[in-house]
Design a protein around this ligand. Structure first.
Ligand code: HEM
Ligand code: HEM
Length: 178
């Protein structure tokens, strides 16, 4: 039977990831305020890496909920709208799962330790400055694409709520059972 509402876990992870992404972007922007090689700059990178790993875990759990419980169809039934919304949601899943992998590779090719709440990742690749540059470029590109896509996605959600006045945002806030 088609779903009419989001699972509570989907809603919880949606907004958790939203706050984590803001934190990841904020910390990496803050990094630019400190001189190269300084302790606070390195700390920003470490914190950014920890948040990025949390995003990966939250997105993976969310994907499991999506596959096991399912999600409701987009509220607007027009085929073009359904395709755009579905494509946007899968692009967000893909980017938020792939970006952390390139972040981890960036640290690893740079020969730097990756921390995660007291754990340290084993070195999985041989440090290589050239590969570090390539991976850095990809991570940066994915991060910038995310800024763009999240902006459009959030605007679309607000447009549906304030202009079309439909139930899309309310059901993502668990305020409605349709
Ligand atoms: C979905 C999760 C992530 C997002 C959205 C993200 C996004 C970004 C963005 C936008 C930048 C700035 C790029 C620029 O300078 O323009 C960046 C830099 C960076 N990211 Fe991530 N990132 C994520 C996960 C990770 C993870 C898991 C790690 C490592 C464990 C990581 C390591 C880094 C590092 C080290 C930099 C700084 C590169 C430099 O020295 O300038 N990131 N990230
Ligand atoms: C980091 C930021 C965000 C990401 C990565 C993100 C990602 C997603 C994804 C993947 C979905 C599909 C449903 C699912 O599988 O859980 C979704 C749905 C939704 N998002 Fe976001 N979102 C973000 C921020 C926002 C913001 C700021 C708003 C507020 C305007 C918003 C409003 C919505 C709404 C209303 C839906 C439901 C769409 C529908 O039912 O057709 N999202 N979001």
């Amino acid at each position: 039977m088609p779903k009419t509402k989001y699972h509570t876990a989907s809603i919880f992870f949606h907004w958790l990831v939203f706050f984590l992404v803001i934190a990841a972007f904020a910390v990496i922007e803050l990094k630019g305020q400190f001189p190269k090689g300084s302790e606070p700059r390195e700390l920003c990178k470490t914190v950014h890496g920890v948040i990025g790993q949390l995003i990966f875990i939250a997105m993976a759990l969310r994907l499991i909920v999506r596959f096991t419980y399912g999600v409701p169809k987009p509220t607007n039934p027009k085929p073009l709208f359904v395709s755009l919304a579905t494509a946007m949601h899968w692009m967000l899943y893909a980017l938020l799962l792939i970006s952390p992998i390139f972040g981890i590779l960036y640290f690893q090719y740079g020969g730097k330790e990756i921390h995660f709440f007291g754990l340290v990742w084993p070195q999985l690749v041989t440090p290589n400055p050239e590969m570090k540059k390539v991976v850095e470029g990809i991570h940066e590109f994915l991060g910038n694409s995310l800024y763009f896509l999240i902006g459009i996605h959030a605007l679309a959600g607000l447009w549906q709520h304030y202009v079309l006045k439909d139930a899309t945002l309310r059901r993502m806030l668990n305020k409605i059972v349709i």
